[in-house]
Design a protein around this ligand. Structure first.
Ligand code: PHE
Length: 450
């Protein structure tokens, strides 16, 4: 079997570097693009509340479990389960994770491409000067229907991911996250103030924060759970892989808490930017994947220095998307490096090309292939739905069962307490990981299917 600590792998330089890189993986299009549009589609406040519950009861315990598995084995998801239970079917969790990473990156790269295009279009000012969100929305629809442009930006996004991942975790991934995440936070704060002071904004705040429980259904809860996994990069071994590059001196618990708090704060903040503006401008909150791209350019068009803010905002969003994209790619790449013994460069080139090719139909799902649907869903919708709402929660649930019952919480405690780190929440965590997390995910699946 392959060993983890070979030279092709590398380590994080510091704890801060790790927390920022893991936050970089978590914070991305999931927070800025997906969270507002699915909150809008699923009724607002009540959805947000369920989402927060999923984060606390399911997301945080699994985050710690993934970090622990990764640091214990220093391996990719497939290798990790093989090392802890050789020859058992549990290695299937790892394969599922690699598959989920593959699928998610295939459509993530498409949306990442949209954000690069919006940097360019903000610089040339073609995506500015909109009088109404309808105008901005039309502009966006025309753009995502344009095959050449979409393919070009999609390819560009994947190429940048590829170059960063070839450089490896330390010089590539860690550096990219250090300054950019805090800057994104500050810009969002500014935009929130702008949104909240628009006339009619309070209606949006109400939609976003006041829970109307009549809007809940098992389907809505499943989407909230899926989003918790997606946003925190859980259930597929991305956090496991990042944990595998972490040194034994670091405190896993506090790292997990920081990452969860940062990610959740950014998502909540984005909601406070989008929904007040949506209502102030008389838009429909349930508009779907184009929501952010019709609301924000309209906000930028109407504000002083809007052009500059737009460029900075979309540039930061590209970077946030890249730091998530590279974590998705890294899972697939780590698999080829550790399990197949490939050199990093070959693994990265191969994985990026195949993922890009598989993503092409997702890119065309808003234009040339918009009418190619199955059960009313486009290729893009299918890939997103299968990966985010099924593979991630299922992967997370199996990991919880594995840590709670197969590998054992005692072994996990030992890993967490290395180097005299005290694990104050050991009992609570064990309870969550053994009972609450698996049962919650199972119930959500059952409720949805029956
Ligand atoms: N968490 C990332 C985001 O919110 C997406 C992602 C999912 C990254 C799963 C890695 C693994 O954009």
């Amino acid at each position: 079997m392959a060993t983890g600590n070979n030279n092709q792998r590398g380590f994080w330089a510091s704890r801060l570097g790790f927390v920022l890189a893991a936050s970089g993986s978590a914070i991305g299009l999931g927070n800025v693009w997906k969270f507002p549009y699915i909150t809008g589609e699923n009724g607002g406040g009540a959805f947000v509340l369920i989402y927060l519950l999923c984060i606390a009861a399911v997301g945080l315990p699994i985050m710690l479990a993934e970090f622990t598995l990764g640091r214990k084995t220093n391996l990719n998801p497939v290798g990790a389960f093989q090392a802890l239970k050789p020859g058992s079917p549990w290695v299937g969790i790892g394969f599922m994770g690699v598959a989920a990473g593959f699928l998610i990156l295939s459509f993530y790269g498409v949306v990442g491409g949209w954000t690069i295009a919006y940097v360019v279009k903000s610089i040339t000012r073609s995506a500015l000067n909109f009088q109404s969100p309808a105008e901005a929305g039309d502009f966006f629809s025309t753009f995502i229907g344009n095959t050449e442009e979409i393919l070009f930006y999609h390819a560009l996004f994947m190429a940048i991911c590829m170059v960063i991942v070839i450089k490896g975790v330390h010089s590539g991934i860690e550096r990219a996250c250090d300054i950019l995440m805090p800057t994104l936070f500050v810009i969002l704060l500014g935009l929130m103030i702008r949104s909240l002071t628009l006339p009619g904004a309070m209606e949006g705040v109400r939609f976003y924060l006041y829970p109307d429980f009549s809007k809940l259904s098992p389907g809505v809860v499943l989407v909230a759970l899926g989003q918790a996994f997606f946003s925190l990069s859980l259930g597929m071994g991305a956090m496991l892989t990042y944990g595998s590059y972490l040194s034994e001196r670091e405190n896993l618990t506090s790292c997990a808490v920081y990452v969860v708090i940062f990610d959740t704060m950014i998502a909540l903040l984005v909601g406070m930017v989008i929904f007040p503006a949506v209502f102030a401008m008389g838009l429909e909150p349930a508009e779907g994947p184009s929501l952010v791209f019709s609301v924000l350019p309209t906000v930028f068009s109407s504000m002083p220095m809007g052009g500059v803010v737009a460029v900075i905002f979309f540039a930061l969003l590209v970077i946030a998307a890249l730091t998530s994209g590279i974590s998705l790619l890294e899972v697939v790449v780590a698999y080829f490096i550790d399990q197949k013994g490939w050199p990093r460069q070959k693994a990265v080139l191969f994985a990026s090309l195949v993922i890009f090719a598989f993503g092409v139909p997702s890119g065309l799902s808003f234009g040339a292939m918009k009418d190619v649907t199955f059960m009313d869903m486009t290729f893009f919708d299918w890939v997103d739905n299968i990966a985010s709402n099924y593979l991630l929660p299922l992967g997370g649930m199996l990991m919880a069962v594995f840590v709670g019952w197969v590998w054992g919480t005692r072994a996990a405690h030992e890993e967490i307490e290395k180097h005299e780190t005290r694990f104050h929440w050991a009992d609570q965590w064990s309870f969550l990981i053994r009972f609450v997390t698996p049962v919650a995910v199972m119930l959500v699946f059952l409720a949805h299917f029956f």
